[in-house]
Design a protein around this ligand. Sequence first.
Ligand SMILES: CC(C)(COP(=O)(O)OP(=O)(O)OC[C@H]1O[C@@H](n2cnc3c(N)ncnc32)[C@H](O)[C@@H]1OP(=O)(O)O)[C@@H](O)C(=O)NCCC(=O)NCCS
Length: 158
Amino acid sequence: MIRYRALVPEDAEAVARIEAESFPTPWSREDFWREASNDFACYIVVLDEADIIGFGGCWISFEEAQVTNIALTAVQRGRGLGKALMTRLMCAAAARGAARMTLEVRPSNASARRLYEELGFAPIGVRKKYYQDNDEDAILMWHTRLKEFADEQTDARD
Ligand SMILES: CC(C)(COP(=O)(O)OP(=O)(O)OC[C@H]1O[C@@H](n2cnc3c(N)ncnc32)[C@H](O)[C@@H]1OP(=O)(O)O)[C@@H](O)C(=O)NCCC(=O)NCCS
C-alpha cells in the first residue's frame, strides 16, 4: 500500500539514496537530517509498505514556497506517484500559509516539466547556466494560486 507522511530525521539515509540516484549533485544524508528539523522546511516521503520510494520538499518563507527537490526511485517513476506527491506537497505548503510556489526545472526534464504544467505551474523565466554539472539553464516556474489549488483538492475528495 502507498502512503505519504512527513519526513523525520530517521528517513535521511533512505531519502539521500533516492537523491543520489536522481540528481548529479545530490544532497547528503546530513542535509536531509537537518531538513527534517528545519522549521521553514516541509518534506513529504512516499512509502510502499515500509520502504521509502520517494520524497519531495520545499522551503516556506511568508507566503512563498520554494521547491527544493522531488524524486522517486527509478523503478517507481511514470506511474502517477510524482503527481500525487507534488499535489500533497502543494496542499501542505498551502496549509502552512503559502500562497505561491516556485521551482526550477531543466529544459531537458520533459516528465517533470509536464508534471508541473499539469498541476498549474507556468514558466516565467530562465536562469542562465543554473545547473553546475553541465551549465544547463533552468526554467523558472510559478504557481500563484496555491490556496485555490488546495481547496479544489479538498472539494475533489468530498
Ligand atoms: C519528476 C518525477 C518526480 C515525476 O514523477 P513520476 O511519478 O515519474 O510522474 P507521473 O507518473 O506522476 O507523471 C506526471 C506526468 O508527467 C508525464 N510523464 C511521465 N513520465 C514521462 C516521460 N518519461 N516523458 C514525458 N512525460 C512523462 C506523464 O504524462 C504524466 O502526466 P499524465 O499521467 O497526466 O499523462 C520523477 O520522474 C523523478 O523522480 N524524476 C527524477 C528526479 C527529477 O527529475 N526530479 C524533478 C527535478 S525538477
